[in-house]
Design a protein around this ligand. Structure first.
Ligand code: NAI
Length: 351
C-alpha cells in the first residue's frame, strides 16, 4: 500500500506501510529521494506512543539520509524504515522477515541496513527475503558488517578537526559529554579516551554506563543532566530532537558534534545555537561513516574506498563551518543548501 502523507517535506516521494503476513501493520518505509540512486538508509526498531510519531520520524530520518548521501558523494538517494517495537514478547526473526518482504516488494528502490535497535542478526533475517540489504556480517577482505564503528570514526575525526577549528585546541584534556553509549556512543568514547579527552556520559541503560565507567574512567551523570553537563564538547549519540528551545539555553558546551540523526528539533534551533556562539557540526555531515560502509558493501567497493570516503568527512565539515562563519549563516543551513543543490542537479540529470 502506498500513499502520500499530508506532512510532505521538500522532496518527499512515498510512504510504504510494512505489514506482517496477517496484514498487521508494523511500521513504514519512507522514501524521500531517488534522484541520485536507490534510497538508502537504516531500519529503526523503537517504541512509539502514536503511529503518527513513527511516520513523522521516518519522514524526517529519510530526508536526513538524502542529504547525508548527497553530501557524502554517494550514488544513493535517501530513505528510512521505522518498525514499532512491540511491548510484550514477539518473534523477532519473523518480524524482520516480514520487513524483508516489504523491502523486496519495492524492487530495489529502497536499500536497508541497521539503525537504532537493529543488529547484524536482524539484517540476516531480512536477507532471507531480499537482497536489497547491507550491514550483513563482513567477509574477509570485503566491506560490510556493523556500520557503527565507521560512524564513530567519522564523528571522532570530525570532532577533532572541529575542536581545532572552533576551540583552537586538540581533544587532549578537553571534556566531552556523550549522550547515549550504544553502538556508536561507546565506540566514540573509546576513541576519545585514547585521544586524551575526559568523558561525561549518560544512557537510559545503566549497564552500558557502568561498563564504560569501569573501562574508561568516565564520569556518569543522569540522563536529564547530560546535555547541560560542564563540558567543552557535547556529543549527542542517542535519539533526535535533543537540541531545542528548552535545552539550548542550558547548554554549556561550545561545540556540538555527535552521531544522532536529527539533533535539531527544528531548523530554527540551528539559528539559536549560532546566536549563542555554539558551533554545531551538522549531524548528517559527521555521521556519514556508517552509510559509507553500507554503500561500499552494497556496491562491492573495497575497504580502501571506505577509508578514503571517511577521510573526506572532516575536511567537508570544516569547509561548511568555515562558510557558516564567513557568511554568518548557521552551519545546518549551509549543509542543507549544499545537499539540496546536489540532489537538484541529480534530478535534472535523471530527467
Ligand atoms: P544504539 O541503539 O546502539 O544506541 C543508542 C543508545 O542511546 C542506547 O544505548 C540507548 O539506551 C540510548 N538512549 C536512548 N535514549 C536516551 C536518552 N534519552 N538519554 C541517554 N541515552 C539514551 O544506536 P546507535 O547505532 O549507537 O546510534 C546512535 C545514534 O546515531 C542514533 O540517532 C542513530 O540514528 C545515529 N546513527 C547511527 C549510525 C550507525 O552506524 N549505527 C549511523 C548514523 C547515525
Amino acid at each position: 500500500m502506498v500513499h502520500r502523507p499530508h506532512e510532505v517535506t521538500d522532496f518527499q516521494e512515498d510512504i510504504h506501510v510494512v505489514s506482517t503476513a496477517d496484514g498487521e501493520p508494523i511500521g513504514v518505509i519512507a522514501i524521500h529521494s531517488t534522484a541520485l540512486g536507490p534510497a538508502a538508509g537504516g531500519c529503526r526498531f523503537w517504541h512509539y506512543e502514536r503511529r503518527a510519531d513513527l511516520t513523522a520520524d521516518a519522514i524526517r530520518l529519510a530526508r536526513g539520509m538524502s542529504y547525508k548521501n548527497a553530501l557524502a558523494d554517494l550514488p544513493l538517494g535517501g530513505g528510512k524504515a521505522v518498525l514499532q517495537r512491540p511491548a510484550g514478547s514477539f518473534d523477532r526473526a519473523a518480524m524482520f522477515r516480514a520487513f524483508g518482504n516489504a523491502v523486496e516488494s519495492l524492487g530495489g528502490a529502497y536499500i536497508t541496513a541497521e539503525d537504532v535497535g537493529t543488529s547484524v542478526e536482524d539484517m540476516a533475517a531480512v536477507r532471507e527475503r531480499t537482497r536489497f540489504v547491507a550491514g550483513l556480517r563482513a567477509q574477509p577482505g570485503k566491506s560490510g558488517g556493523d556500520p557503527s564503528p565507521w560512524t564513530a570514526r567519522g564523528v571522532f575525526e570530525s570532532m577533532r578537526a572541529a575542536s581545532r577549528f572552533a576551540l583552537g585546541s586538540d581533544l587532549d584534556g578537553l571534556t566531552v559529554a556523550v549522550q547515549g553509549t550504544g553502538s556508536v556512543g561507546a565506540a566514540l568514547c573509546r576513541m576519545l579516551r585514547a585521544a586524551g579527552a575526559r568523558l561525561v556520559i549518560a544512557d537510559v541503560d545503566r549497564r552500558r554506563v557502568d561498563a564504560l565507567v569501569a573501562e574508561l574512567g568516565a564520569r556518569a551523570v543522569g540522563i536529564d543532566d547530560i546535555l547541560s553537563a560542564d563540558a567543552d564538547i557535547l556529543a549527542p549519540c542517542a535519539l533526535g530532537g535533543v537540541l531545542n528551545g528548552r535545552t539550548i539555553p542550558t547548554l554549556k558546551a561550545r561545540l556540538i558534534c555527535g552521531a544522532a540523526n536529527n539533533q535539531l528539533e527544528t531548523e530554527a534551533d540551528g539559528e539559536a545555537l549560532a546566536a549563542r556562539g555554539i558551533v554545531y557540526a551538522p549531524d548528517y555531515v559527521v555521521n556519514a561513516g556508517g552509510i559509507i560502509n553500507v554503500s561500499a558493501e552494497y556496491l562491492g567497493e573495497a575497504p580502501e574506498a571506505v577509508e578514503r570516503r571517511i577521510a573526506e568527512i572532516a575536511p567537508r565539515l570544516i569547509a561548511i563551518l568555515d562558510s557558516a562563519a564567513t557568511e554568518q549563516v548557521p552551519a545546518n543551513t549551509v549543509a542543507d543548501t549544499r545537499a539540496r543543490r546536489i540532489i537538484a542537479r541529480g534530478r535534472r540529470a535523471a530527467a
